[in-house]
Design a protein around this ligand. Structure first.
Ligand code: KG4
Ligand code: ZN
Length: 335
């Protein structure tokens, strides 16, 4: 049978990305242009700036993805693009580039949910085994997603306030660490001791929801109170204590859900999956649960990229999903 090539395009936040995936699983090219350096001096992603950078980069990145894969538009069977959720002005750049190419080259267009993409990053490593549970932890999302089959997503728990990555970034800001704060806190945490008492937001007994804003406030209050008393708290210890709280709740709820839903495997997805403390704690927890396989993608597939969008788009395309040329960007799209 003829090979299936899908071009993926991702512009939901601060990475302009394009990738070519063969038969849904094989990365032929994967190009990511990061804007982190330009957002750094503002301490976070500036939406207007992100859109402008996407406009400058998008055609260059797509061209590079085609060149590196050594293919032309004639070889592309479908164009998969992130349609949401994300920053609307950022999403629109990718969506409009995809629409223009689909129209000009007469190639089918498939809109992809950003979080579905994060989950499908795992399929670039190995075939998925259903039922599976995905822990999605990114800058914008914290969700436990149950999948009984391809492209069937059931959100069994989600954050009620801040996303895990958002909490990391905000805590990092109060510690005067540069954006993005997640990796900085992760690094500091390993130099400190988790000796500061911080809350764990377990919520109701039977809930798989998360909440991180209380923890974030507790960290800020701890710093202020110490400063008022003229005491100094080691940032390493605060980072270690914060990370311990986040990781304990994420791992605890993931293990509980994996048991309750009798899943074959647990997948981790999103930027916070790069966290060393989380990876280690998950590995330790699932070592004691050998009937459930734990898979965490390599870090470059955890953070935003277009390979994951093309991987998910391939499955949707094979299932017959087509988006029209009036496709829009949906900043609050549900999974
Ligand atoms: O998935 P992603 O690249 O973009 C979104 O879709 O949001 O995730 C970015 C988030 C940021 O909040 C960043 O601080 C966090 O992932 N992050 C980390 C680590 N690496 C990235 N958080 C904790 N520890 C890390 N090592
Ligand atoms: Zn993401």
């Amino acid at each position: 049978e003829k090979d299936l090539f899908v071009l993926g395009i991702e512009t939901s936040c601060d990475e302009t990305a394009a990738a070519i995936i063969k038969n849904g699983t094989e990365i032929v090219s994967n190009v990511v242009a990061s804007q982190i350096e330009s957002h750094k001096r503002f301490g976070g992603v500036v939406p207007e700036l992100a859109s402008r950078h996407h406009v400058e980069q998008i055609t260059i990145v797509i061209e590079e993805a085609l060149q590196k894969a050594n293919v032309t538009f004639q070889d592309i069977d479908a164009i998969a693009v992130t349609e949401g959720p994300g920053l609307v002005g950022a999403l629109l750049v990718g969506v409009n580039a995809a629409k223009a190419l689909a129209f000009a080259q007469q190639i089918p267009l498939v809109g992809v949910h950003h979080i579905a993409g994060h989950i499908y990053a795992n399929r670039l490593e190995r075939e998925l085994k259903f039922p599976l549970l995905a822990l999605v932890v990114s800058g914008g999302h914290t969700e436990l997603v149950l999948m009984k089959d391809h492209a069937q997503f059931e959100v069994i728990g989600e954050t009620r306030d801040d996303a895990a990555g958002e909490a990391y970034d905000k805590v990092a800001r109060t510690l005067n660490l540069p954006y993005p704060g997640g990796p900085q806190i992760d690094r500091l945490a390993h130099e400190g001791v988790p000796n500061i008492d911080l809350p764990r937001a377990w919520l109701e007994e039977d809930s798989y929801d998360f909440s991180f804003s209380g923890l974030k406030s507790a960290v800020i209050n701890t710093m202020h109170n110490a400063a008022q008393r003229g005491e100094t708290i080691k940032p390493e210890d605060l980072a270690a204590s914060f990370q311990a709280s986040v990781v304990e709740v994420l791992v605890g709820k993931t293990v509980k859900a994996a048991k309750e839903y009798n899943v074959k495997e647990v997948l981790v997805a999103g930027g916070v999956a790069a966290n060393k403390g989380l990876r280690t704690a998950l590995e330790a927890a699932f070592e004691k649960l050998p009937e459930v396989e734990l898979h965490i993608p390599p870090i470059h597939l955890c953070t935003d990229n277009a390979a994951m969008i093309a991987a998910c788009g391939t499955v949707l395309f094979q299932q017959g999903k087509r988006s029209e040329l009036n496709l829009n960007a949906y900043p609050g799209l549900d999974l």
